[in-house]
Design a protein around this ligand. Structure first.
Ligand code: ADP
Ligand code: ZN
Ligand code: ZN
Length: 719
């Protein structure tokens, strides 16, 4: 009798054996409910063996194998194994990260198969129409061929109800149908660069990685849509990953409009759990043509997968920062290779890792250099030197004048400052006291509206003190500038203007972000003040000026990725200006106008910027020229965390290919009352590093657990 080897959501990197009376190989990839200690757990059957790994007498019997979820295909199980090995994460926990929450529950969750509806006989249906209202006529014609619910609903607001009535009357039948030839609506005719890119992608047979490098508005999304249309036409599925903040209703709407007959599954944090599980199942059954989602969607089963797209592939939100610390972009590349399908990575400012892959010929670069809409020009950028310039509340005179011009013309301006709150510091000039978080190594931000001091790291809040806690001084001043202060200052300077601030504070209520965006679109706003929330994915046709304040903060950071991020952010926010027929202008206030980063931005020359950065990284020994992993530890006291890391370093296997650095405090040492240390290991040889990590983690896991919490982060983005 065979034994099931089951992956369970427990922090041990192994499988667990169970007995089942009627187990068959078909159970591999299925959900199973098993006893575990005193609990009932849901696992996934990964293997079937004749001989269990341990004493037969100790092996318990599985309760049941569930058949509510389609069997996970072998390829996907391979992907999970790859993640477990690569990220050194227990296989059961990898699986449970990937599965929708509903399937982590021992209860059965059934998803009805997608039904298609068609008229039994169009002539009879037409004859039966009492009044041939336009809608009914249209519906009757539509139903000559099988249609899914989405297509029917798209026909009119009462269409779905009408079809239900016909269904009850037997005039329409419902049937399970998995393969409808999807049709794509026609998009704009492609320009030469786009056509070249689409041709290259659709010509790929088997695995190929493409890096679509195109400025904002150059028509990257059009390239994806065309490549996806070709994929669907071949009867295959497409998986599209986007950063959370970019998955706007507009983008989803654009997909639905282009592919009216296609089941598009949307997977992200705002989709309710049941719906997410249902979408997952439809993708697993091959019914869904397109899966459009955030990083988690990379694990969606798709038996007919034909294409993967990762939009804004440089975006840091593709990396998960807890649990399974995976990079959805990297996992997507692995998945494409394993499935033998092309993958398209797109960005205006590719990650330097991806850029280097293109330089080395591993990825094929496809360039889009023009704005796609005829006559639309990229914005012109001006660097405004703030060195030895009298500023009015942090604003350059030319910035204020430019905003004034927009107001006079009835156009919109965006003032970009990536720092929310009123001011970053509350300071006493008498004794030097500064408001600091008691739980973190960080200052508290002044929120004047709420009369509070807030920690932006742990969320702690405190009343704004009237007098200095250090010396009793009654005249304390907020130092520096945040979006609230900017908003006040602009409202004062332009009393007739309608100023709207959009940041995480102003959009806390559900739906308020959407409401704010609508107000901008309806031109009910003259001046927008915003953080990076506004930098991405939003298209404001009447916005012709972007003013950037405080960008210099990102120039001289200790983090070697800071300039790459700054460039990406500035390019992105600059791209908001002048999308339609009105030319846009970008003003960037800086103390360092000669800085190479700004000069590259000025020339809109990402290649130049990337070459410079990569040369520096090569010289200094940073990724992508070597591979890193960091062991993080946290405890009540830093000393404990560091002691743990020293011990861990002593347990590290000897390897001439791997450098083990000394334990150090994390750059943000204290966070929410926990103190944190880290230990960096690196190597120029990926496979040697992997072997080292496997051995090292086994040694660390064999230790008795202590008070220190630790975790390994492979390919860390933050150090
Ligand atoms: P990106 O994703 O690179 O920012 P989009 O694909 O969203 O660019 O295109 C920007 C705008 O240009 C959109 O409004 C899109 O409809 C339009 N567009 C894209 N390609 C073309 C084209 N070939 N002809 C006309 N308009 C286009
Ligand atoms: Zn004081
Ligand atoms: Zn704090």
């Amino acid at each position: 009798m065979p034994y099931l080897r089951v992956a369970l959501d427990v922090p041990l990197p192994r499988l667990f054996d169970y007995r089942l009376d009627v187990a068959t190989a078909a159970d591999i990839g299925r959900r199973v409910v098993v006893p575990f200690g005193t609990r009932r757990l849901v696992g996934v059957v990964l293997e079937m063996v004749e001989q269990p790994a341990y004493d037969v007498a100790a092996i318990k019997t599985a309760e049941a194998v569930l058949d509510d979820m389609p069997t996970l295909p072998a390829g996907l199980l391979d992907l999970f194994r790859f993640c477990a090995d690569y990220y050194q994460h227990p296989i059961g926990q990898v699986l449970h990260t990937a599965l929708p929450t509903r399937f982590r529950d021992p209860n059965v969750f059934r998803v009805a198969e997608a039904l298609h509806y068609r008229a039994v006989d169009v002539a009879t249906l037409l004859a039966s129409l009492p009044r041939q209202a336009a809608l009914k006529l249209r519906l009757a014609q539509l139903l000559a061929t099988p249609r899914n619910e989405a297509e029917i609903r798209a026909a009119g607001s009462t269409a779905w109800k009408t079809v239900q009535v016909w269904l009850d009357a037997g005039l329409v039948v419902a049937q399970v149908q998995q393969t409808v030839m999807p049709s794509a609506a026609v998009g704009p005719p492609l320009n030469d660069e786009q056509a070249h890119a689409v041709a290259a992608i659709t010509a790929a047979t088997g695995f190929a990685a493409f890096l679509v490098h195109g400025i904002t508005g150059s028509g990257k999304t059009e390239v994806y849509l065309n490549a996806i249309a070709a994929t669907l036409a071949r009867g295959q599925q497409a998986l599209v990953l986007v950063p959370e903040i970019n998955l706007t209703p507009q983008l989803e709407g654009r997909f639905r409009q282009r592919f009216p007959g296609v089941d598009i599954v949307s997977l992200n944090s705002s989709v309710a759990e049941g719906e997410r599980a249902a979408g997952w199942v439809r993708a697993a059954r091959g019914e869904a043509g397109i899966v459009l989602g955030t990083r988690l969607a990379v694990f969606t089963p798709a038996p007919r997968l034909g294409l993967i797209v990762v939009d804004e592939e440089h975006d840091a939100s593709f990396k998960q920062h807890d649990g399974l610390r995976y990079s959805a972009r990297d996992v997507a590349v692995y998945r494409a290779r394993q499935a033998g399908v092309p993958i398209v990575l797109g960005s205006a400012t590719p990650a330097l890792e991806s850029w280097q892959n293109a330089e080395a010929g591993r990825y094929r670069r496809l360039q889009l250099t023009q704005r796609a809409v005829a006559g639309a020009l990229p914005p012109t950028l001006h660097l405004l030197s703030t060195k030895r310039q009298p500023l009015s509340d942090g604003m350059h005179a030319r910035t204020l004048a430019a905003i004034g011009e927009r107001l006079a013309r009835g156009e919109q301006s965006l003032v970009f400052l990536n720092r929310r709150g009123y001011a970053p510091v509350m300071h006493c000039s008498e004794c030097g006291w500064m408001a600091a978080c008691t739980r973190c190594s960080a200052r508290l931000t002044v929120h004047l509206r709420e009369r509070q001091l807030r920690c932006h790291h742990c969320g702690a809040e405190d009343r704004l003190p009237r007098v200095c806690p250090g010396c009793g001084n009654q005249d304390m001043k907020p130092l520096g500038q945040g979006t609230q202060r900017l908003e006040d200052m602009l409202a004062e300077h332009f009393p007739a203007a309608r100023v709207l601030r959009i940041d995480r504070d102003s959009t806390r209520r559900k739906g308020s972000f959407e409401t704010a965006l609508k107000a901008v679109h309806a031109c009910e706003v003259d001046i927008l003040v915003g953080t990076q929330m506004l930098a991405k994915g939003h298209d404001f046709p009447n916005l012709t000026l972007v003013a950037v304040i405080g960008a210099d903060n990102g120039l001289y950071s200790a983090n070697f990725r800071a300039s790459e991020r700054l460039y990406a952010q500035l390019a992105q926010v600059a791209g908001r200006a002048g999308r339609a027929d009105k030319p846009g202008e970008v003003l960037l206030q800086t103390d360092f106008p000669e800085h190479p980063l700004y000069q590259a931005l000025l020339a809109d020359d990402y290649a130049f910027f990337a070459a410079g950065e990569l040369a520096e990284r090569k010289l200094a020994g940073f990724p992508p020229f070597l591979y890193q992993a960091v062991l993080r530890a946290e405890a009540n006291q830093l000393a404990e965390a560091l002691a743990y890391l020293s011990q861990a370093a002593n347990l590290a296997p000897q390897s001439d290919a791997v450098t083990v650095w000394d334990p150090v405090a994390a750059s943000m040492m204290r966070l929410a009352n926990r103190e944190r240390g880290q230990l960096l290991v690196q190597s120029t040889a990926r496979t040697r590093l992997m072997a080292f990590l496997t051995e090292w983690m086994a040694a660390l896991r064999a230790q008795k657990p202590g008070k220190v919490r630790w975790a390994l982060d492979v390919d860390p983005l933050e150090l």
